[in-house]
Design a protein around this ligand. Structure first.
Ligand code: NDP
Ligand SMILES: O=C1O[C@H](COP(=O)(O)O)[C@@H](O)[C@H](O)[C@H]1O
Length: 577
């Protein structure tokens, strides 16, 4: 299945076309510290930095493809989007609509989709919360949320007023029946207004403790029944807090919903560049032959955050970094990088491959944790020139808390493709910058024929920010001598000339279209919990006695505990991003 993508600027795109690729590559001398260190000292007679360049990127529309969408001279991206991505009339029901996620991300994402004409006119949103509000008060609330969120697309004249008309609100106790009865009546009303079937997407944007009661309540009132239209449920993360609770939650959900109705959301899968990983791996012939133990030395997956707690201490103290980022987002990035090519680009084929590779990862019982993982917690430090408090000084954090805010782990994959190729995953809060990257680091050339030419090639997928893909390789420096230095061929997403859409827009639309490709399946989530179980046992162990962690073990504004360097070393080092 080929998919078009919607951008904020109103264009749509499909996975990489040759014309786009040709237009956006550029060759640039590398300037970051990491590489500078590996360069030979420049000859004294040539003080200028050499910069090899290819022409500036062209607009993606400059050259129409030879065949397929756009070959007729129309904008290929818009055509694809309009043709393929219109859901049936439906009602979106958001439980927890007064919360942070709904205000900052979900309402803006839905508004953007609607404003771009992707949700059709027969579409309604029913917000559900515990706070008493009239429809009008909710409409005001939602419009205010749209105006204040940084995620909201540019608002076209008159749009907000029309969007307001689509909004309704119900409130009540999520443990009782009444609120679900009211939601059912909203679906009846939508059916009367728009005709057709009573399709509904229920989005659970509430604390995880409410996932099960809401699912059960919807089931009790018959709202999961698909006889009058499709019914789907989107469940936010974290899906459980460990393997046992995730299994209980799955069982509870399945008492009401068939797996085909369940959409467990991981917003990293909605990020444009995460999807591009699949496009580049499986849409080109040149990468896959190298994507194995014969050529790859190791893989580094980094999700660094400069932010601290942002007022979420209540949640984070219970979760910690392993539950918050590793079990879901980083594991997803890992599976997409390591999985075999699926037989087709569809939900089951892709998810089958993801599960297979998760199964091939060598288990990490608690006794292996010291050998393959490093946990950390930030202390006071300096970020962007400003002093910032340590984790234990953040509002709402328990004194002496042992909640980890950093984790690095080495995954070993016991299959033919990856035997002996470690995958290093790291993520943490209050690191020096916000950057998410997957770097495939290749083996060194077998023979050092030239001075300076034994560096490892790196294919790096920058998930965010400055989304793009770069390939680092050695090239001859201009001059009489055969001296090599590293350069980077860099594809940047901004060459498409459009802002990237929010992952929530992508995933909401997919769920409304019944496309579960980018939503983790039950067995994936289960396997990911199994893999982090040993780490959780160590992280959650009582904070007293000789096993108590020596936290804080990295100052805010640094790249994490020193032990993480030892984990990846001695012959390898973390990329300096
Ligand atoms: N916020 C974020 O950036 C992200 C959030 N998530 C996930 O999304 C979900 C929602 O997060 P977030 O919006 O931050 O959460 P919030 O704490 O802001 O609240 C979510 C909603 O749940 C309601 N709620 C809370 N407790 C109860 C209760 N006991 N009974 C009825 N309603 C209740 C809140 O009502 P009220 O407004 O009245 O308090 C609010 O409407 C969570 O699962 C979270 O893990 C995932 C990724 C990022
Ligand atoms: O799910 C979460 O993700 C964010 C990071 O998401 P990003 O899209 O900004 O990279 C993280 O800050 C948060 O703690 C976590 O719950």
């Amino acid at each position: 299945m080929t998919k078009g993508r919607k951008t904020k600027a109103g264009n749509t795109r499909q996975p990489t076309t040759a014309s786009v690729q040709e237009g956006v590559e550029k060759l640039e001398a590398v300037r970051n510290d990491d590489l500078e260190q590996s360069l030979p000292a420049p000859p004294a007679r040539r003080p200028r930095k050499s910069r090899a360049r290819v022409p500036e990127p062209e607009s993606p529309e400059a050259e129409p493809p030879e065949s397929g969408p756009g070959a007729d001279g129309q904008n290929p991206f818009r055509t694809l989007m309009r043709r393929n991505r219109a859901p049936e009339p439906a009602t979106l029901v958001i439980f927890g609509v007064t919360g942070d996620l709904a205000k900052r991300k979900l309402l803006p994402a839905v508004f953007g989709l609607w404003q771009d004409g992707l949700l059709g006119s027969a579409f309604n949103i029913v917000g559900v919360g515990r706070q008493e509000m009239t429809d009008d008060q909710f409409k005001d609330f939602a419009i205010e949320a749209l105006k204040s969120s940084k995620e909201t697309d540019a608002i076209q004249p008159g749009s907000l007023e029309k969007f307001r008309d689509l909004l309704y609100y119900e409130f009540g106790d999520f443990g009782g029946d009444e609120v679900y009865d009211l939601v059912g009546k909203e679906l009846d009303r939508a059916e009367e207004a728009h005709g057709g079937r009573k399709n509904a997407l229920f989005y659970l944007s509430t604390p995880p403790s409410l996932f099960e009661p809401i699912s059960a309540g919807l089931g009790r009132l018959g709202l999961a029944d698909e006889s009058q239209g499709w019914r789907r449920i989107v469940i936010e993360k974290p899906f459980g807090r460990d393997l046992a609770s995730a299994r209980e939650l799955n069982a509870a959900i399945h008492r009401v919903w068939d797996e085909s109705q369940v959409y467990r959301i991981d917003h990293y899968l909605g990020k444009e560049t995460v999807q591009n990983l699949m496009a580049i791996r499986f849409g080109n012939a040149i990468f896959e032959p190298l994507w194995n133990r014969g050529y790859v030395d190791h893989v580094q997956i980094t999700a660094a955050e400069d932010l601290g707690l942002e007022g979420r201490a209540g949640y984070y103290e219970e979760a910690g970094v392993v539950r918050d980022m590793l079990q879901n987002h980083l594991m997803q990035l890992f599976t997409l990088t390591a999985m075999e090519a699926p037989a087709a680009f569809d939900a089951d084929a892709i998810r089958d491959e993801k599960v297979k590779v998760l199964r091939a990862v060598k288990p990490i019982p608690p006794e292996r944790v010291p050998e393959v993982a490093v946990l950390g917690q930030y202390g006071p430090g300096t970020l962007y020139g400003e002093s910032v408090p340590g984790y234990r000084e953040e509002p709402g954090v328990k004194p002496g808390s042992t909640t980890p805010t950093y984790v690095a782990v080495k995954l070993e994959v016991d299959n033919w493709r990856w035997q002996g190729v470690p995958f290093f995953l790291r993520t943490g809060k209050r690191l020096p910058k916000k950057v998410t990257e997957i770097a495939v680091v290749f083996k060194r050339p077998p023979l050092g024929m030239f001075p300076g030419g034994l560096e490892r090639n790196v294919l790096a997928f920058r998930i965010q920010p400055d989304e793009g893909v770069s390939l680092k390789f050695s090239s001859k420096s201009p001059g009489q001598e055969m001296v090599l230095r590293e350069v980077v061929m860099d594809f940047r997403y901004d060459a498409f000339g459009a802002e990237l859409e929010s992952p929530y827009s992508r995933l909401l639309l997919d769920a409304m279209l019944g496309d579960a490709t980018l939503f983790p399946r039950e067995d994936e989530v289960d396997r990911a919990w199994q893999l982090v179980s040993g780490l959780l046992q160590v992280a959650d162990a009582p904070a007293t006695g000789k096993n108590a962690p020596n936290y804080p073990n990295y100052p805010a504004g640094t790249w994490g505990p020193d032990a993480a360097d030892a984990l990846i070393g001695p012959d390898r080092r973390w990329r300096r991003l």
